[in-house]
Design a binder for this molecule. Structure first.
Ligand SMILES: Cc1cc2nc3c(=O)[nH]c(=O)nc-3n(C[C@H](O)[C@H](O)[C@H](O)COP(=O)(O)OP(=O)(O)OC[C@H]3O[C@@H](n4cnc5c(N)ncnc54)[C@H](O)[C@@H]3O)c2cc1C
Ligand code: SF4
Length: 567
């Protein structure tokens, strides 16, 4: 008799969904979460450094005891890997953009080869048709819920620029084969209360007098609005506010924060072979270790920690697929400066987008000043603009420093930034030391930390196709900004900024080229499921990944209940 029906490792984008879905089916579930369980109203700060500094901020990848060092990763090159520990995981700081994967990335979609694109490698589609996932997309969209984002000044200007650049308004394209054009973001954010438009005393703007998004622009710092709202009523539907409370409502789910899973335990079962049978973890505050057994184990630790946990647990990987094929949407960042205020600090963090199915997407993103300075003018692989100069369509490119940086930041409220999201190719080659060129392994060079050998993360190969799509999108972003009236256009030319992190435990039917089957269950270890971004077999054609992760997780839970718990 096991201690639990299921143990879920990680309570982020995917794990909280698994907990709620399994709890609702009457299963007893233990969720081990490495980070804290925050009360946003008490624990989140509006000061950006205190909140999101990756070394010691509240929402960092590290222990909830912020006097301790962050948890290290061995990064192969100049890169920024942005993930967050705690109930809600990285969705605590996500922008909640929730588009569906494009139909063409599914088995019945035909991939992008039909465009005769010579730069496209073989497709690695989902091993089932789009119709199979559609009801699960709908269920997640209703649960979060997802709604078209409200417009503010910056979105109006973006739409104007997109239309002047020759793009069409495509509205709600969620079920299309992939229409190119501009639209409101489908966001997992509660719509603003119409009462926001009225004047009144301060109490008027406190929960419960006001509900939903207050357009404060702090989405990346973690949403703590409306003021004094209970966690489950917070405007942004990070899983700490949406799925985790619903999981606890079932009365069957125990969420254990500050508990870092160290090993997946296994056993041999007659008729099944090697099975997952439990998990060993470490309390990150006391250092005490614990173990529990379960009928199924679900890895939802994210696309970096899943491979680490698999390899540290010495689970079988005869085809060396674990950690291979990281896709990241190879982002870039293009900034327009206008001769009037754009107010990037107001409204939802990202409320408008252009889709270019198979190329990727362009999103309008508003950032707070520190993040804006870093993202726009300091994080670049192009060197210093003053040394390298720039050629059209950019006025400036690379790092901006000294008086030029002061002047650029003086234009903060007149600046509009566009995020370039590239549909990047999945690369599965290894380097001379056997490490994935694009992927995750155990570091051969760093010492273990308190949670064991640390992950090595590399995104080194930009295929000709990925590069061409990224260049095309960056030039399109410049065109939109100029059409909107920008008087200066700057390209950051980012090194790898890893915040859409997927495909390291890819889904597929062949164990020689994938880690999990079409139902998220590991080919090599029965009763072990992976439910997070790691299973995405490709970069989805460009859309942001979390909604697809959550739909796949919901579908996997149907399977888990039917296969191992008789429905
Ligand atoms: C600034 C920013 C903005 C973003 N905006 C968007 C957006 O608008 N739309 C979108 O789709 N995506 C967005 N993303 C990406 C989004 O956050 C991820 O797609 C999503 O969180 C991934 O879910 P996951 O379950 O794979 O991983 P995570 O959400 O990272 O969850 C993994 C969880 O596992 C825990 N964990 C890890 N290892 C262990 C262990 N060994 N034991 C116990 N627990 C463990 C972690 O602490 C974490 O809570 C954004 C990311 C960033 C950084
Ligand atoms: S803009 Fe809306 S969703 Fe974003 S932090 Fe403010 S209240 Fe929350």
């Amino acid at each position: 008799m096991s201690d639990y029906n299921a143990i879920v490792i990680g309570c982020g984008g995917g794990g909280a969904v698994a907990a709620k879905e399994l709890g609702e089916r009457g299963l007893s579930v233990l969720v081990l979460e490495a980070g804290a369980k925050h009360n946003p109203f008490e624990d989140y700060y509006l000061m950006e450094n205190t909140q999101v500094n990756p070394e010691d901020g509240v929402l960092r990848w590290g222990s909830s005891d912020r006097s301790r060092p962050m948890w290290y990763r061995d990064l192969a090159q100049n890169a920024f890997l942005w993930q967050t520990a705690g109930v809600g995981g990285t969705t605590q700081i996500y922008l909640a953009n929730s588009p569906r994967a494009y139909r063409r990335t599914f088995l019945d979609g035909g991939g992008w080869q039909q465009d005769n694109d010579p730069l496209r490698p073989e497709p690695n589609p989902f091993p089932f048709g789009y119709g199979e996932l559609r009801p699960y997309f709908e269920k997640v969209e209703a649960t979060l819920p997802v709604a078209a984002a409200p417009m503010t000044l910056k979105e109006d200007l973006f739409f104007w620029g997109a239309s002047q650049a020759g793009l069409s308004y495509v509205g709600d394209t969620r079920d299309q084969w992939g229409l190119g054009g501009y639209r409101e973001q489908p966001n997992a954010v509660l719509p603003p209360d119409p009462a926001l438009n009225t004047n009144g005393p301060t109490e008027h703007f406190l929960y419960p007098n006001i509900k939903g998004c207050v357009l404060c622009g702090h989405c990346i710092h973690g949403c703590r609005h409306p003021n004094k709202a209970p966690v489950r009523e917070l405007a942004k539907r990070s899983t700490n506010a949406s799925y985790a409370p619903l999981a606890e409502d079932t009365g069957r789910v125990t969420i254990r924060p500050n508990s870092f899973a160290l090993r997946v335990l296994t056993g041999d079962s007659p008729g099944e072979g090697l099975i997952a049978s439990g998990v060993a973890w470490r309390d990150t505050l006391t250092g005490a270790e614990g173990e529990a057994t379960a009928d199924v184990v679900i890895l939802s630790a994210g696309a970096v920690e899943d491979p680490r946990l698999w390899l540290n647990s010495r689970l079988p990987d005869p085809f060396r697929q674990v950690g291979l094929g990281l896709t990241t949407h190879h982002f870039d960042w293009v900034v327009g400066t206008f001769d009037r205020d754009v107010n990037q600090n107001a409204g939802q963090g990202s409320a408008a987008r252009c889709d270019f199915p198979g190329m990727g997407a362009i999103e309008l993103v508003g950032l707070s000043p520190g993040l804006f300075a870093f993202g726009s003018y300091e994080f670049s692989r192009a060197g210093y603009n003053l040394k390298n100069g720039s050629a059209p369509p950019w006025d400036t490119r690379g790092r901006i420093v000294g008086p030029d940086l002061k002047a650029a930041m003086g234009d903060y409220k007149r600046s509009m930034a566009l995020l370039v999201i590239t549909d990047d190719d999945r690369v599965t080659a290894r380097d001379a030391r056997g490490r994935p060129l694009n992927g995750v392994d155990i570091s051969q060079d760093y010492y273990p930390d308190e949670n064991g050998p640390v992950p090595y993360v590399s995104w080194a190969v930009e295929t000709p196709g990925t590069r061409a799509r990224r260049e095309w999108l960056a030039a399109k972003a410049a065109q939109i900004l100029r059409a909107a009236g920008a008087v200066n256009v700057h390209r950051a030319d980012w090194p790898p900024l890893l915040l859409h992190v997927h495909s390291t435990m890819s889904m597929g039917t062949d164990p020689a080229s994938s880690v999990v089957d079409a139902w998220n269950e590991a080919h090599m270890v029965r009763r072990l499921f992976v439910c997070d971004n790691a299973v995405l077999p490709n970069a989805l054609g460009g859309p942001n990944p979390t909604l697809t992760n959550q739909a796949l997780t919901t579908r996997a839970c149907d399977r888990i209940a039917a296969t191992y718990f008789a429905g």
